[in-house]
Design a protein around this ligand. Sequence first.
Ligand SMILES: NC(=O)c1ccc[n+]([C@@H]2O[C@H](COP(=O)([O-])OP(=O)(O)OC[C@H]3O[C@@H](n4cnc5c(N)ncnc54)[C@H](O)[C@@H]3O)[C@@H](O)[C@H]2O)c1
Length: 278
Amino acid sequence: MSKNVMLLTGAGQIGMAIARRMGYGMKIMVGDKNLANAEAISETMKNSGFDTEAVEMDLSSRESIVGMIRKGQQYGEIKMLINAAGMSPSQASVEAILKVDLYGSAVLMEEAGKVIAEGGSGIQISSQSGFRMPALTPEQDRALAMTPAEELLSLDFLQPENIKDTLHAYQLSKRANEKRVMYEAVRWGERGARINDIAPGIIVTPLAIDEFNGIRGEFYKNMFAKCPAGRPGTADEMANIAELLMSERGAFITGSTFLADGGATASYYYGSLQPEKQ
Ligand SMILES: NC(=O)c1ccc[n+]([C@@H]2O[C@H](COP(=O)([O-])OP(=O)(O)OC[C@H]3O[C@@H](n4cnc5c(N)ncnc54)[C@H](O)[C@@H]3O)[C@@H](O)[C@H]2O)c1
């Protein structure tokens, strides 16, 4: 019997929370570069009644992305996509962050957009980090949105000599996610499908805990202590937003990025988190 298929890339806490909220009754392909992560999340979900299958996949490889999509299609039509794979500034080099978070996300949206079912929906996870960087030029924004994926990493302003550090690479990648979601929303719309983006603030997950223990640990702890919410967020709060965006209630929403950061970005620009007040 054919089932609706959900592709989850990035077997982390944010991805799992969204998959649990939306994936009932579906075949859920759980992809991760680290197969042990995919198996652990798949197993946890299986033990809660979900129909999951762990897949080893690398977001930085088109071949690997297409391989996962083909595996999913063996069970039915691809109805939902959740891209929650990524590497944070403390976890990887400039090149690796650009290859996974920027290039890989663009390829996944493109490949999933070729097969997404009518009425389907997708979620990209970007980050509040994309909101911290000064505005790019309109030409740069357009290049991030529309450059063919295979040429993205050749863009002048993405060359290592033009990137300050891994945080800058992460910010650029997450800004690119927002722009790419707008571009892809047009293409997905031609198939009667929608795609949106959630830009989380600090959400307690293994990735965030790596950041708390990394060189920018104090910066992050200060950020959630002083943001209007006064605490970090949870993966389930990201699932609350995904539920609106992915369900019929979000039928008029596509190509949008939702910042969900407890007000940290608001405070960074206009409150006690302004850099000059630190
Ligand atoms: N946790 C936060 O505070 C926070 C804040 C803003 C944005 N985000 C974003 O949310 C997403 C999910 O993060 P999380 O906090 O759930 O992290 P997590 O560490 O729990 O999960 C991320 C997963 O991505 C996988 N991954 C890394 N590189 C990959 C690759 N090349 N191919 C396939 N899988 C790969 C990792 O193995 C890991 O299982 C990331 O894109 C991250 O940048 C997280």
